[in-house]
Write a new protein. Structure first.
Length: 110
């Protein structure tokens, strides 16, 4: 037997599972995490605590576009990965609840 909270989740996920899989919605989920991680990486890099990296950066200024490109790739990867991961966890929970519901109600066919 499903609890009220589980029933509400099943109803919610049946309505919204396709909508939550869209790319634009996924960007809103993981984008803040990716941006914060890239900001921390840049703060660490430009703080000067690693002298050799600072020297290489000053002798090869062409590395700045490479760093910016890498930062964008990190943000995109973290954004997409976290959104797919969250969607996948909700989908798995939904399927487990449906299996639990079918197990408790032998007359229903799914």
């Amino acid at each position: 037997m499903l609890t009220n909270e589980e029933k509400r989740f099943v109803k919610y996920w049946e309505k919204n599972r396709c909508r939550k899989k869209r790319i634009f919605r996924q960007l809103a989920v993981g984008l803040p995490l990716g941006v914060v991680m890239v900001m921390l990486i840049f703060i660490s890099f430009f703080s000067g605590w690693y002298k050799r990296a600072d020297m290489v950066m000053r002798t090869h200024p062409s590395l700045i576009p490479v760093l910016i490109g890498a930062a964008l790739l990190i943000v995109v990867f973290i954004t997409v990965f976290s959104a797919y991961h969250k969607w996948d966890i909700n989908e798995q929970h939904y399927r487990e609840l449906l299996a639990k519901k079918d197990k408790n109600e032998p007359g229903s066919i799914r």
